[in-house]
Design a protein around this ligand. Sequence first.
Ligand code: SAM
Length: 224
Amino acid sequence: MPDPTPAQDPKAYTYIVEHLDPELGPWSGLEYACIAKETQARASTQSKGDSTFCLSSLPPSLEVPEALLARSPAFRAETRGVEDMYPRPEDKRTVCLLDPQAERDLCPEDAEVFGAFLFGGILGDDPPRDRTSELRKKGFEGRRLGPVQMTTDTAVRVTRMVIEERYALNTIPYVDFPELKFNEHESTQMPFRYVKGPDGNPIMPDGMVDLIKKDADKTIDDLF
Ligand code: SAM
């Protein structure tokens, strides 16, 4: 991975994932726990500018998974939606919606423009159903992370790399549509873009490969 230009004066950013489903399923749980873990890990290594991860619009009855609560203080659960969190136009202008249909791509200079980055808390789908439109119609300024659909944790990871580490989007190493091989006979292809880790594999939340395998086994069982 090429060295990015280091940020001169790290400031604190808020990464907001607006949860858009009535429930919080195991896939979302792993993705959110991963975002919380990476936010916490970064906060612990920064001398100043502790960024936070806010999971917004959580139904009040929903139990926040233990794996997430364990990540406080970098993690915050919110029952309010993002519109109620930023009601004044001057505050709303500081929020950037990461939107696969935005006209402009995110760039390192956006670190000076925005203080919060907003993502759709939805699982990826193939073909994409554009549920991000639920947030787009609230009027936040949008930026795209390139033309390929990412998982929510990947989208947050890439945004953090561009904003906090000043990578240009096209210098980040990606793995597109990786095939996960479970054994000699079983594999599945993921229809998403991921960041390539130091071992050459796509970076995924802890436990995700096992969950994908379990879901694939269940689908096969349901066929018989
Ligand atoms: N198919 C989905 C939809 O209906 O919009 C995309 C959901 S994606 C798994 C979850 C979130 O990650 C999106 O709402 C968006 O905030 C962010 N995201 C993923 N890929 C992106 C891209 N290429 N550009 C900008 N944002 C992206």
